[in-house]
Design a protein around this ligand. Structure first.
Ligand code: 5GP
Length: 191
């Protein structure tokens, strides 16, 4: 069988990773697509779990070898991309792929996979709330926080290009709505 794809995109700090984690804990045969990145691991992150952490040189080699379904320089000097091998790995295990990727990457994947993909934009209640969340997460220095926020403002304008907009105002409600969207899409027959 060819599986389906669930794409969750959002400005970082919108809570999409929490939503993706929640969905993975349900018995829905969803497997996380592990992106490759050239950024350094944060504390607690493990190679091959959150990301495949690779050097910028290795990243460029994989671009040249056409190993990516999509890739982007998400922040200056920091590359992120979805490896073709990830989707193959997940589908060969008869699972569905779930993605936590940035907005432009999400739109590109949706374009590539069309009806097989359910693309969901996770929308924070406001840029102010986003700023608060990122500050309290405390994983970014001031410079990196500002980069994320200015990117977020631009990303919010792309929401209408997704199949669904999931407002993350109350987390509990957002988790429930996400679950409904996924279950409904899984029930749809494959073309
Ligand atoms: P972080 O550094 O916080 O883990 O991720 C930064 C941004 O890169 C997030 O919005 C994350 O979703 C996005 N991202 C992660 N993996 C990919 C990927 O494979 N492709 C693209 N385009 N963005 C990604």
């Amino acid at each position: 069988m060819e599986g389906k794809l669930f794409i969750f995109s959002a400005p970082s700090g919108s809570g999409k990773s929490t939503i993706v984690q929640h969905l993975m804990n349900l018995n829905l045969e969803l497997a996380f697509s592990i992106s490759a990145t050239s950024r350094n691991p944060r504390e607690g992150e493990e190679d091959g779990r959150e990301y495949h952490f690779i050097s910028p040189e290795m990243f460029r080699r994989k671009i040249d070898n056409n190993e990516f379904l999509e890739w982007e320089e998400v922040y200056p000097g920091q590359y992120y991309g979805t490896l073709r091998s990830e989707v193959d790995r997940i589908w060969s295990r008869k699972q569905h792929a779930i993605f936590d990727i940035d907005v432009v990457g999400g739109i590109n994947l949706k374009r590539e996979f069309g009806e097989k993909a359910c693309a969901i934009f996770v929308q924070p209640p406001s840029v102010e709330v986003l700023a608060q969340r990122l500050r309290s997460r405390g994983t970014d220095d001031k410079d990196s926080l500002e980069k994320r926020l200015s990117k977020a403002e631009n990303e919010m304008t792309h929401a209408p290009q997704f199949d669904h907009i999931l407002v993350n105002d109350s987390l509990e409600q957002a988790l429930q709505n996400a679950e409904t969207l996924v279950r409904d899409f899984l029930k749809k027959p494959q073309n």
